[in-house]
Ligand binder design. Structure first.
Ligand code: UDP
Length: 235
């Protein structure tokens, strides 16, 4: 079911398939971890064996970013649609609300997770977001105790990459949730602090172009996409 790009695995599930697998994991009390894969992370993993191992140790690597879709096409693979970190998080919120699963939101600047929680409660009536904690708390015992006190089953971790992924693998056995997802800047977007590209750009897979125009200083980071595609083709 997984395809491999320059040594990094990526799953071929859509939002609904993955959401139902995650609910099954919770019901079976099985711990699982979702990581969003994009060309930037794959290229970084070329020079960082530990990061590559970490990405491959996740249960579900989702194809976030048009680069992975293009690479799959170039290699005759089957991954046709993006599964973005933020949309997967929203899908999981929707399914968790319907199934009564408890969510905890950890990360972001003080107040951001709380604001995002309020938005999610508007969007998904009945959702059980049992707690939030900002991402600048340094005392590990406070972090673990705050999460565990609320007995969540799903944990969204928004500390940026790869900090959040390392945090998840190092702590997943010490906290109550079964499903863990690293969600980067998603709390900032959901709370309204950060604007996402308009639907038009998203649907065409041109979010990167929108960001390039809005934040031209990112151009260097965006050279990674063509470099990644060339490298994939050469392999
Ligand atoms: N963040 C945090 N604690 C930290 C560093 C960052 O909670 O020590 C949060 C930050 O507030 C932001 C999120 O991590 O909401 C994601 O950061 P960024 O957008 O840089 O990460 P990316 O999504 O690019 O991996």
């Amino acid at each position: 079911m997984k395809e491999n790009f320059l040594g990094v695995d990526v799953c071929n599930y859509n939002y609904d398939e993955l959401a139902s697998l995650l609910i099954q994991d919770i019901e079976k009390k099985k711990k699982s971890f979702i990581v969003a894969i994009n060309p930037e992370k794959i290229m970084k993993a070329q020079k960082d064996e530990e990061l590559k191992k970490l990405l491959n140790s996740a249960d579900y690597q989702i194809p976030d970013g048009i680069g992975v879709i293009l690479a799959s096409k170039l290699k005759g693979g089957k991954i046709k649609n993006r599964v973005t970190g933020i949309d997967m998080m929203l899908k999981l919120c929707q399914v968790a609300a319907a199934k009564g699963k408890r969510i905890f939101m950890y990360g972001g600047k003080p107040g951001v997770a709380e604001a995002a929680k309020k938005e999610l409660e508007k969007q998904f009536p009945g959702i059980q977001i049992v707690g939030t904690l900002h991402g600048y708390e340094k005392d590990e015992s406070v972090i673990l105790e705050t999460i565990n006190r609320h007995q969540p089953e799903i944990l969204f971790v928004a500390l940026g990459s790869p900090t959040q992924e390392y945090w998840i693998v190092n702590h997943m056995k010490k906290v109550t949730p079964y499903v863990f997802q690293g969600v980067g800047g998603s709390f900032d977007v959901i709370s309204g602090n950060l604007k996402r590209a308009p639907e038009f750009f998203q649907s065409l897979g041109l979010e990167w172009f929108y960001r390039l125009v809005k934040e031209p200083w990112r151009w260097k980071r965006q050279l990674i996409l063509p470099m990644f595609l060339v490298k994939t083709l050469r392999k």
